[in-house]
Write a protein that binds this ligand. Structure first.
Ligand code: GDP
Length: 137
């Protein structure tokens, strides 16, 4: 059993498709162990995406992630980290496999509907960034 962090990004929240995305997880044996809707500040987004701070798109990414509400979730299940990445599809929605969340719902390489932790170690750090242990059930 693993836990991973998922974020429904501002483009998808603005499109009113939170439920459609949550359904992808629940239909594929991932359980919502924690969930909240929040609005990040640009500073929060910068801390969360600190690993990308040298990338040319870092400032745009932080602006975008703080442009509207997001839904942060802890997903739990067998191989949750890899399973979530598989359900999400590739970063660039134009290259994402048909039927993945990004292929079906993303707007662009930046506004790409969802975030998912890319390793178990990052999942632990990212979950702790947003949730106290007592909020994860
Ligand atoms: P992910 O793990 O698939 O989310 O991809 P990365 O960790 O490489 O990038 C983090 C996020 O930065 C992506 O989900 C996009 O929102 C954004 N991003 C990645 N590459 C680009 C890019 O080339 N241009 C822009 N504008 N944003 C990008």
């Amino acid at each position: 059993m693993e836990r991973t962090l998922s974020i429904i990004k501002p483009d998808a929240v603005a499109k009113n498709i939170i439920g459609k995305i949550v359904d992808r997880f629940e239909s594929n044996n991932l359980r919502i162990a924690a969930m909240k809707k929040i609005k990040l500040t640009k500073e929060d987004a910068g801390k969360f995406y600190e690993v990308h701070k040298e990338r040319p798109f870092f400032n745009d990414l932080c602006e975008y992630m703080s442009s509207g509400a997001v839904v942060v979730m802890v997903l739990e299940g067998n191989n949750a980290v890899a399973k979530n990445r598989e359900l999400m599809g590739t970063t660039n929605p134009k290259e994402a496999a048909p039927g993945t969340i990004r292929a079906d719902f993303a707007e662009s390489i930046e506004a790409n509907a969802v975030h998912g932790s890319d390793s178990l170690e990052n999942a632990r750090k990212e979950i702790a960034f947003f949730f106290a242990e007592r909020e994860i059930l």
